[in-house]
Design a protein around this ligand. Structure first.
Ligand code: OMP
Length: 237
């Protein structure tokens, strides 16, 4: 997928998503997540692809290695550019996910990029320690998961902007750092704990940003998308 801002299409129905997209000109990078996919199935992917957009299919798979591998075989046939798993599923699960994707990608087509969620951007450090029982700092946990994902052959991770620079040092420039939790300056954090602006994301080494409500719930979504894109692109790495 190219590096334009990825709009999170967190809508219940395909018509809502497609109507929203009609107001923003051009070929866009979009994310279809659980809300849209689980209520509508694979046909929603087809409809949005037919409208000409590049898709990150965000289903955050996390199950035993065989189940995830088989599921990825199927997802590889949907023509999307990126898919993901939870790094907490472990090395074998991630390796099997990659094998499934490779086996399922139609001949001549490009395999979707496979990335792993480290710690969700809605997770804070206290919550991680108390609820997940993980000691140390949040950044240490994210870095451990990022290294594990890289060693398992994955293309990158989902992390917050706050860990992107450390992951760049540990895993390299080309390892994808896909960062949600993006807000324009002064925007409400809502359920996110680790937020940042598009400009901060760019400066920190994010390779992609995922932006939902800052665009989809804006009074003028096309203007909000333009503002995000300008900030994201104006600073040269
Ligand atoms: O994998 C993701 O896309 C994801 C991972 C993560 O750690 N945090 C996170 O917010 N996301 C997704 O990114 C989007 C963020 O939405 P907003 O907070 O509205 O911008 C949602 O669709 C989340 O499902």
């Amino acid at each position: 997928m190219n590096d334009s801002p990825i709009i999170a299409l967190d809508f219940p129905a395909p018509d809502d998503a497609l109507e929203f997209l009609r107001d923003i000109p051009g070929r866009l990078s979009v994310k279809i997540g659980m809300e849209l996919y689980l209520q509508n199935g694979p046909s929603v992917v087809e409809r949005i692809r037919e409208a000409g957009h590049d898709i990150f299919l965000d289903l955050k798979l996390h199950d035993i290695p065989n189940t995830v591998g088989q599921a990825m075989k199927g997802l590889a046939q949907l023509g999307v550019g990126m898919v993901n798993v939870h790094a907490a599923g472990g090395r074998e699960m991630m390796e099997r996910a990659l094998e499934g994707l490779e086996a399922g990608t139609p001949a001549g087509a490009e395999r979707p990029a496979l990335i792993a969620v480290t710690q969700l951007t809605s997770t804070g450090e206290d919550q991680m320690r108390l609820e997940q029982g993980i000691a140390g700092t949040l950044e240490q946990s994210v870095l451990r998961y990022a290294r594990l994902a890289k060693d398992s052959g994955l293309d990158g991770v989902v992390c917050s902007v706050h860990e992107a620079a450390a992951i760049r040092s540990a895993c390299g420039e080309s390892f994808l750092k896909v960062t949600p939790g993006i807000r324009l300056a002064g925007g409400e954090s809502q359920d996110q704990k680790r937020i940042a602006t598009p400009l901060e994301a760019r400066k920190s080494g994010s390779t992609h940003i995922v932006v939902g409500r800052a665009i989809t719930k804006a009074a003028d979504p096309a203007e909000a998308y333009g503002a995000v894109k300008r900030q994201w692109e104006e600073w040269n790495r």
